[in-house]
Every structure is written in structure tokens, then in C-alpha cells.
Write a protein that binds this ligand. Structure first.
Ligand code: PEP
Ligand code: MN
Length: 374
């Protein structure tokens, strides 16, 4: 059960303390206080764990300081959608809204290679009105002999260039807890010119100690990629690990499944599950068409397959797109074959706009149907 507290109630207030005292007296019930950082205020929620069946919603709502009580289903206590649940879907970070109701594009380098390429990418983003990007500094590679990313060494210039071109949020994968400190330090050194969304890659979706560490910090929101060889339910539980530790600013990323049945795509595209994740949870949903398709192949109709699957995700209501671009894909150190060229960015964005417009129209059509029937 979740108790949503009155908006003005702080931990120090006597009402709050009296409430905790009361909860301590409930047998077989543990509680955990959770802070929800909104744009203007911090809301407090209390999660009750244990034998909550015995508690009546009306009794809990009658307690001083409690605005509302929600009975949650077993799964995804924090991030899930539950009956009567009006908690927000999403969050704001560095002036950018991440919700189930909007769409942000993160076009950028799979891996940072040279300062010149980072600058060319950032400039192209600014020229096209973009404020988010992806930049890989720490790369999980299949072979230990492959380029592992420039790591901490590239962070200062990546962050400075982001600031120079007005980029507010960089999605950046981390492989280890220590990488968070390196990012924090580089942001401090450069004067916080930009923000970072920590990315947990598909190979680490069930690295529970990493999830707990990332969940304990509140500085950075998180993009959690679905594990490419596990069920959706297992991946959603991985996201819940982050939230259960305190960080519920989580975006869930679909990036294709590892199976030869998806050939010749690099991974079997799973964007049909965009609406499923939105139905089961309150997380914004990201799609990664680049790591799904894995090539720049173009269909006989002239539309690249990366564009095709992007449109499929967007027309189904996706909220974020993570997509590889590179100024010179032939020289990219990681994933060059799937990177789109900078000249293709305006085309890509226009194609995305068309798909999003179609989604909005479909949503209106659905609304009209429900209205007509009610
Ligand atoms: C990436 O986005 O660069 C990446 C490695 O993705 P994934 O973890 O989905 O393979
Ligand atoms: Mn990649």
C-alpha cells in the first residue's frame, strides 16, 4: 500500500512523526519513506510492505497527514500503475520533460571517439533544435580487445561542448558504480554545463548491485535498457530495483531481443511492447532503433530500416528515441554500420514528426470512440 502524504508535510513536523509512530505500531508491516522530487515541491510517500491486506483504505486515509492511500498490486510497487493511482507518469530534468505523454529524441554518437566528431554532432543537434543527445564514454564490448571507450578522459570536453551547443541531457551508459563519481566530478569541474541520464545497458539489466547503487543516488535520472535475453517482466522488475532504492526517475528502453529469428536485423524488434510497458507502469518508454536494426539498409521504397522501426515505435506512443548518428560512420570505432549520417538528421526528425502526428491523431480517434460509447 502507498500512502500519499499532504503536500506541505515535512519529515520534521509533529504530524509526520505521529504518523510514523502509528505505523510502527502496525503488526507485520514495514514502512519506507519515499521522496518524490517535483518541479516545484517535494512530495512524500510512504510505502507499506507486509500484511497490508488487513488494512482498510478508509482507515489509512483518515490518518492525519495522509492525503490518499492506494492499494498496489504485487508487482512494480513504485513504478507500476495501480487501481485509483493518479501519480504522475514521468519527471522533469534540466528543463526537459520526460513523460508518457511526450517525445524526446536522443540522437548522438554510440561511442565518443574524437573531440571533432563530438563537436560536429553537437553542432548538428543545435542546428536542428535538439537539446538531448547520446554519448558513449564507457562501452561494454563483446571482445576484450575491442575499443572500450575513452572513459573519464573524454568527459570534460564532452560536457563543455554540450554546454557550448545548449545540450541539456546526455544519455551515457555506465558499467560500474565508480563511473557515476567520474561523471559527477567532471560535471563539477566543468561547471555543470549539461545534465546526464545514466544508462544501464542490456548486458547489465540484472546487475542488481549496480541497480541498487544507481537507485540510491538522486542526482541523475536513469535509462534502463530491457535485457535482450530475459522476459519483459524480469526487465520491469529490474527497473523497480532502481525505484525501490529511492530513484523513480526512470525511463524504460526497448532495444530488441537477441534471437536469430530477427535476422537479418541485429536484434528482433520489440516495439510492439511500447503500449504494454505504458499500461503496466508509469515509466516513459524509450526505443532504440539503431541497436535493434544494426544496419543502414534501405528498403525498395527508399526508407531506411532504422527509420521504419523508429516510426513503428513512435506511432505506438514511444516517448524517447535513442539513435546512433556519426559524422563519418566509416571511421566510427563502435557500431559504424548502423550509424546514420549527420546530413540525414533533418530527414530523420521530419519522419519522426510525421509518425508522432499520426500517433496523436490515433489517440484523438480513440478518445472519440470511448466518448461516443460512454
Ligand atoms: C548502447 O546504447 O550503446 C548500447 C550498448 O545499448 P544496449 O545496452 O542496448 O546494447
Ligand atoms: Mn552501440
Amino acid at each position: 500500500m502507498i500512502l500519499i502524504l499532504d503536500t506541505d508535510l515535512t519529515e520534521e513536523s509533529p504530524t509526520f512523526q505521529a504518523l510514523l509512530q502509528h505505523l510502527r505500531g502496525l503488526e507485520g508491516i514495514e514502512h519506507r519513506v519515499h521522496r518524490v522530487q517535483g518541479a516545484e515541491q517535494t512530495l512524500r510517500e510512504i510505502y507499506l510492505i507486509g500484511n497490508t491486506k488487513a488494512l482498510r483504505i478508509e482507515d489509512m486515509e483518515a490518518l492525519p497527514g495522509v492525503a490518499r492511500a492506494i492499494r498496489v498490486s504485487r508487482e512494480y510497487r513504485v513504478l507500476g500503475r495501480h487501481a485509483g493511482d493518479e501519480r504522475p507518469t514521468g519527471f522533469d530534468y534540466r528543463g526537459v520533460h520526460f513523460g508518457q505523454d511526450n517525445l524526446n529524441v536522443f540522437a548522438g554518437l554510440c561511442a565518443v571517439d574524437t573531440r571533432e566528431h563530438v563537436e560536429a554532432m553537437m553542432r548538428a543537434l543545435k542546428d536542428n533544435g535538439q537539446v538531448c543527445t547520446r554519448m558513449g564514454a564507457y562501452k561494454p564490448r563483446t571482445s576484450p580487445y575491442a575499443f572500450q571507450g575513452h572513459g573519464a578522459a573524454c568527459l570534460p570536453y564532452v560536457f563543455e561542448l554540450a554546454g557550448k551547443y545548449g545540450i541539456q541531457v546526455i544519455a551515457m551508459e555506465i558499467l560500474h558504480e565508480a563511473h557515476m563519481d567520474e561523471i559527477r566530478k567532471a560535471l563539477e569541474q566543468t561547471g555543470q554545463p549539461t545534465g546526464v541520464m545514466l544508462q544501464i545497458g542490456t548486458r547489465n539489466t540484472q546487475n542488481f548491485e549496480l541497480l541498487k547503487a544507481v537507485g540510491r543516488q538522486r542526482d541523475f535520472p536513469v535509462l534502463l535498457k530491457r535485457g535482450f535475453g530475459i522476459t519483459l517482466e524480469e526487465s520491469l522488475n529490474a527497473a523497480e530495483y532502481l525505484a525501490s532504492e529511492g530513484n523513480d526517475r526512470v525511463v524504460f528502453g526497448l532495444r530488441g531481443m537477441k534471437t536469430n529469428l530477427g535476422d537479418p536485423h541485429r536484434n528482433f524488434v520489440d516495439f510492439a511492447q511500447v503500449p504494454v510497458v505504458k499500461r503496466l507502469t508509469r515509466m516513459p518508454v524509450c526505443i532504440d532503433p539503431s541497436h535493434s536494426v544494426g544496419s543502414r539498409d534501405v528498403g525498395p521504397d527508399g526508407i531506411p530500416e532504422v527509420f521504419q522501426v523508429t516510426a513503428q515505435g513512435v506511432i505506438a506512443g514511444a516517448n524517447m528515441i535513442l539513435v546512433d548518428f556519426h559524422p563519418d560512420p566509416a571511421t566510427a570505432l563502435v557500431d559504424g554500420p548502423q550509424a546514420l549520417r549527420l546530413e540525414e538528421l533533418p530527414w530523420f526528425l521530419e519522419d519522426v514528426r510525421l509518425a508522432r502526428e499520426a500517433y496523436e491523431e490515433r489517440r484523438l480517434l480513440a478518445e472519440a470512440q470511448h466518448f461516443a460509447r460512454s
